[in-house]
Design a binder for this molecule. Structure first.
Ligand code: TXA
Ligand code: MG
Length: 346
């Protein structure tokens, strides 16, 4: 680890966006808000700056980065060609929470793609993210701005916790609307494959493309020796560092009853992240985070809740499982990983 540096923490206003653009152009790292989660950005054309991302995050070298652009014209510099399937998705979902994987151009460094011959590209909708890319004047390579393995940051304070002293600047743009990372779809092969579900849902992608395969790594851990289509699928993800996450599957009443019984036997040990119906049904005095009525609200609350309860040194965090439709598929993909693929039916 190189020496600690001073990290500027500043609002994502015009003055600081301009300053951040200069820092990126100079090869420094800047964390910035997007509509999904905070990103840790570097000039995608600058190999040394991109290498510094891996070091600041403690990220395995074999896990490639997403390149963020502000205009479609930047895409042509990054990829070899744009197939019709990609054009359709871009028209419908960009800017937004969708990352598209295509064959990379010769100009894209293997440091960005971890040696793969494809590159992941996304055009975010968050105005500060777009303004930063414009100010830098280059595409920005950016993973989520967490230390590797921890839940992605959905507030600037989360980034500060993980990255203070490791990067030049953190732009504070408030809480991220979506709260889960973008959907990642691979369009480099014969059939489209969803590698990571997100707020642009599998159903929405199918409505545009017809059939979209769901990668085997989305809902199951990879078997020993099974090759990861997306290297990110094989690494530990989203788990708090202290707490153990237990994923409960059942209806709201059964989940509440399970927590009531658990608290009777083990007081002061657990907390729970629940949707409104289950949260209201718990009678025991336990630390309950009410994550709202629908899956979109649950998604935007989840990582913040996991980080907060972890900071409180909660031993067990119960999380509510949801049906795997719409946003529910993205939620379950993250929840299963946080819970190390253990599900408790109640
Ligand atoms: O919402 C998001 O996507 C956020 C914001 C900052 O844009 N970024 C993000 O990046 O979540 P990261 O690095 O945490 O996740 C990127 C995922 C990883 O699972 C990685 O393995 C996969 O995308 N990926 C990137 N390039 C790939 C490629 N060429 N082929 C297959 N998977 C790729
Ligand atoms: Mg990440």
């Amino acid at each position: 680890m190189s020496e600690m540096m001073e990290t500027i923490f500043a609002p994502a206003d015009a003055e600081h966006l301009a300053k951040a653009g200069v820092l990126i152009a100079q090869g420094q790292l800047v964390a910035f808000p997007t509509e999904t989660v905070y990103g840790l950005g570097a000039n995608a054309w600058d190999e040394n700056a991109v290498r510094a991302i891996f070091e600041a995050k403690g990220r395995p070298q074999d896990n490639p980065l997403i390149v963020h652009i502000a205009q479609e014209s930047m895409l042509d510099q990054l990829v070899r060609f744009v197939p019709d399937s990609a054009k359709k998705l871009i028209n419908k979902f960009w800017p937004g929470a969708l990352t598209i994987i295509l064959p990379k151009s010769a100009r894209v460094s293997p440091v960005v793609t971890a040696g793969l011959d494809t590159v992941a590209v996304r055009m975010p909708s968050n105005p500060a993210a777009r303004a930063l890319i414009e100010a830098a004047g280059v595409p920005i390579a950016a993973p989520s701005a967490n230390r590797s393995g921890l839940p992605s940051p959905t507030r600037a304070e989360h980034v500060y916790q993980d990255m203070c002293g490791r990067i030049a600047m953190i732009l504070d743009g408030g809480a991220c609307e979506v709260g889960l990372e973008s959907a990642v779809i691979d369009l480099s092969g014969d059939v489209p494959i969803l590698l990571r579900p997100g707020a642009v849902t599998h159903e929405m992608l199918c409505a545009v493309l017809g059939e979209v395969k769901i990668s085997s790594g989305v809902l199951a851990s990879l078997k020993d020796g099974e090759a990861a289509r997306s290297p990110g699928l094989k690494h530990k993800h989203y788990a708090p560092s202290y707490s153990r996450v237990v994923l409960l599957e059942g209806d709201a009443a059964a989940i509440a009853a399970h927590i009531d019984a658990f608290v009777l036997e083990h007081p002061h040990v657990c907390a729970a992240v629940l949707k409104q119906d289950a949260a209201r049904a718990v009678r025991a005095s336990a630390r309950i985070v009410n994550a709202g009525a629908d899956d979109a609200a649950y998604a935007s609350a989840l990582f913040d809740a996991l980080r907060m309860l972890d900071d409180e040194k909660t031993e067990v965090i119960f999380c509510q499982g949801v049906p795997m439709q719409g946003m529910g598929l993205a939620l379950m993909n993250r929840l299963l990983r946080a819970a190390a693929f253990q599900v408790q039916k109640v």
